[in-house]
Design a protein around this ligand. Structure first.
Ligand SMILES: C[S@@+](CC[C@H](N)C(=O)[O-])C[C@H]1O[C@@H](n2cnc3c(N)ncnc32)[C@H](O)[C@@H]1O
Length: 312
């Protein structure tokens, strides 16, 4: 008989057994789990929760795409969200400004005199920019959990790219695996060329150590004129013990500019107070007219959602 320890462990947690035998059985399963040479992504049920948050994001992109005053249109969002993501969208309050900020950011760096023609989506989730941004010279690379791509790739079969190419790099940022080597092995990626990096909706799910390691790898592969954008939370927000779709927030900081400089050599950083960005429905754009940057001193002890943008 095949025994799946994580499933059995979860079932035992719910089973109406007397507490002593239940605890003994749980301890037995925990021992098997601990001793099994399984990859972490399989051993931890939380990874499925992380992948689920990606469906939630696509659910919100679908809702936005239905509006006549939409700030972006994602024709694949419904399919990628699936019934689960459509039933529990992440929320337009964050998904509309973040997605539009990211879109504008990619376009800006694509059009510059020293253009970025490589886009790396870290924690790509159910992002479909490779199928909706009409940037014919852009090469898109998606990095996320293996379990995520197992769900995503079959959904994309037969869809037409609107960019030059799309590659996927399955990894688990918490496993310590060097995803950057895998990325470098991809024939389309060239570390001597500028890259746009978008770890949207990712940094809060990483511990400080995992985030530092991720930033170091970004820095090591970033040619001059590379650029980075992500959303994040302030340090005190982490103590609120937020859990989204079963995945806990683990990391946040008041010192992103310093951190990016030290870990990735990205020296030109702006940390925006997310609340000062305005979704301008009338003009169908994200307005930065009243947007405010915040210093570490202003963030200290406050629960703030941040938009961080940086360049090397
Ligand atoms: C909230 S979703 C954001 C997805 C996408 N960036 C978007 O905006 O739609 C977070 C994504 O990060 C990925 N993720 C979280 N922890 C991860 C880890 N340790 N390794 C790899 N990917 C991870 C999840 O699988 C998920 O796709």
């Amino acid at each position: 008989m095949f025994v799946d320890p994580p499933q059995l462990f979860a079932q035992l947690k719910r089973a109406p057994m007397p507490s002593l035998p239940r605890r003994a059985a749980q301890a037995f399963c925990a021992l098997i789990l601990w001793k099994s040479p399984m990859p972490r992504s399989y051993a931890l049920p939380e990874k499925a929760s992380h992948a689920f948050t990606a469906r939630m994001c696509a659910g919100s992109r679908f809702l936005e795409s239905q509006r006549s005053d939409a700030l972006f249109v994602d024709p694949l969002a419904s399919k990628l969200a699936g019934p689960q993501g459509l039933a529990q969208p992440m929320g337009d309050w964050i998904m509309v400004p973040r997605t539009r900020f990211g879109d504008d950011f990619v376009l800006h760096h694509y059009m510059k005199a020293r253009p970025c023609r490589q886009l790396v989506l870290l924690g790509a989730g159910m992002d479909a920019r490779a199928y909706r941004l009409r940037l014919p010279e852009l090469k898109v690379f998606e990095v996320d959990l293996p379990i995520l791509f197992q769900e995503k790739e079959p959904l994309l079969e037969g869809e037409t790219l609107t960019v030059q190419s799309r590659s996927v790099v399955p990894t688990d940022f918490s496993s310590g695996e060097d995803w950057s080597t895998k990325l470098q092995r991809d024939e389309h990626f060239d570390p001597t060329q500028p890259t746009v990096w978008l770890p949207e909706g990712l940094m809060m799910y990483l511990t400080d150590r995992e985030a530092t390691q991720t930033l170091r790898r970004i820095g090591a592969l970033s040619a001059p004129h590379s650029a980075l954008f992500f959303d994040a939370i302030s340090a005190s927000y982490v103590r609120q013990r937020i859990v989204v779709g079963g995945a806990p927030f683990l990391g946040g900081s008041d010192h992103y500019a310093e951190w990016l400089k030290e870990a990735a050599s990205f020296g030109r950083t702006q940390v925006w107070d997310f609340n000062s960005m305005r979704v301008d429905r009338w003009n169908q754009r994200l307005s930065k007219d009243w947007a405010r940057t915040v210093s570490p001193a202003e963030l200290y002890g406050r629960n703030v959602v941040l938009f961080v943008e940086s360049q090397i």
